[in-house]
Design a protein around this ligand. Structure first.
Ligand SMILES: [Zn+2]
Length: 432
């Protein structure tokens, strides 16, 4: 029971508060109307409830009842104005918000909730994938990536490389600190996903020195320089290797198949589909004599004679008839980061691509980090909280669940998160 306490709303909220309060507030005292903590936690509350107008409604409660839910749930003493909130968040170094991801991870690990995510090799599968969360032809900041178009126009973007622990068969994901794909002062070459990928490996290793990690990624990453970086950080890998990106590797497989044969496993399922697994250990990644030796596998699914799915990967894990199915499941689970994370963040209520304000320094990325932290906290409740699961189960759609939470906090004050969940799960008809 003691460990569960560390995964409760109040414990996780206190982690965020403590991190923000440890930052030096560099603004001149005379100008400060609202403190750093109140500004940052108001933004977090906005992302947590996915409600851009949360401040306005809580101010109404404050005027009438001299109390509000930002105060009771998030320890916000004075509700800031939205313009001030943005101005202050813009100055917060993103690295300070990123470190909260590692702080959230500790109680999950201690609480044994991580155990169930272990894959067949006794480690954790960590897909990495890039996504764009901001684009504009006008609004920009010094960190924006830019693109010169043929018609003379310039467009500006922000991208991020996300990493998360996933497991085939588990819907929830555990986000790790992401890496911004963005330009920095004084560089002539623009930042790109593959460089962010190398940085994220270092970041994961430094935040989690002893974690056994298998990185999953798309064909962009199955190149020698990235494999070197994986080895340097003591990580295994399962990376897509498309025929067009790896002509020599695929030619090697084709020739071996013709000469001495590859290992093949075929199965049929109850839906009349045929699954074909093919693998070959210890072949060179490319035709460079210095290239690493890798293990190759391919998976195809057939419905009747028609092939409905095909993909191929390389890995450092020796492939056997015992682990080939698991390897394919892990290779395919890479899409979880796209489906369960990016899609959710952009389209399922979180509005990660919404323009809350761009700022001059860190605002765009800090808004994204706050959104991802809110998502992270919801994932933790999904995995560990009876109150949350019980309340969520009253609604068929995620959206309806959140609509109800948003409505009631506009009219009633709740002294803690669990009381709010219980009230929404079993409304009494009376104020709480
Ligand atoms: Zn920008």
């Amino acid at each position: 029971m003691h460990i569960k306490k560390h995964l409760q709303f109040s414990a996780l909220r206190r982690i965020i508060s403590a991190q923000i309060r440890s930052l030096p507030d560099s603004r001149q005292h005379a100008k400060v109307d609202y403190d750093l903590h109140d500004c940052c936690l108001s933004v977090f509350a906005m992302m947590f409830f996915q409600d851009p107008s949360i401040n306005r409604f809580q101010l109404r409660l404050q005027k009438k009842l001299h109390k509000n839910n930002l105060q009771t749930l998030f320890d916000v003493k004075n509700i800031p104005k939205e313009s001030q909130m943005r101005e202050v968040l813009d100055t917060v170094p993103s690295i300070e918000l990123e470190s909260i991801f590692t702080e959230f991870f500790k109680p999950i690990q201690r609480g044994k909730h991580l155990e169930q995510f272990k894959i067949f090799n006794g480690g954790y599968l960590v897909p990495i994938d890039g996504t764009q969360y901001f684009t504009s032809e006008k609004i920009n900041c010094p960190k924006c990536l830019f693109k010169n178009h043929r018609n003379g126009k310039i467009s500006y973007h922000h991208q991020v490389l996300a990493a998360a622990i996933v497991c085939p068969g588990i819907k929830q994901v555990i986000p790790l600190a992401p890496e911004a794909i963005q330009n920095s002062d004084g560089t002539t070459k623009q930042d790109c996903e593959i460089n962010a990928g190398k940085r994220v490996l270092k970041k994961i290793r430094s935040n989690h020195p002893r974690l056994k990690v298998t990185i999953a990624g798309d064909s962009l990453y199955s190149k020698q320089p990235f494999l070197d970086e994986l080895k340097a950080n003591k990580m295994s890998f399962i990376l897509v290797a498309k025929p067009l990106d790896h002509k020599n590797l695929h030619r090697w497989v084709d020739e071996t198949r013709d000469i001495k044969g590859t290992s093949i496993l075929k199965t049929n399922d109850f839906n009349g589909r045929k699954h074909v697994y093919e693998w070959l250990n210890d072949i060179p990644l490319n035709d460079n004599p210095k290239a690493d030796s890798v293990n190759f596998f391919e998976y195809s699914m057939f419905k009747g004679k028609k092939r409905t799915f095909r993909s191929s990967w390389v890995t450092d894990i020796p492939i056997t008839s015992q682990n080939i199915k698991e390897l394919v499941k892990c290779g395919r689970a890479r899409w979880k980061i796209e489906n369960e994370t990016f899609n959710t963040l952009k389209n399922q209520g979180y509005h990660a691509a919404h323009n809350y304000g761009h700022g001059k320094q860190n605002l765009a990325y800090n808004f994204f980090l706050m959104t991802l932290l809110a998502f992270y906290m919801h994932q933790i409740f999904n995995l560990s909280s009876r109150h949350y699961q019980n309340c969520r189960n009253q609604f068929s759609a995620q959206e309806e669940f959140w609509n109800n939470l948003r409505y009631v906090i506009r009219y009633f004050i709740f002294n803690n998160w669990e009381k709010l969940l219980d009230y929404v799960a079993e409304p009494t008809g009376m104020p709480p």
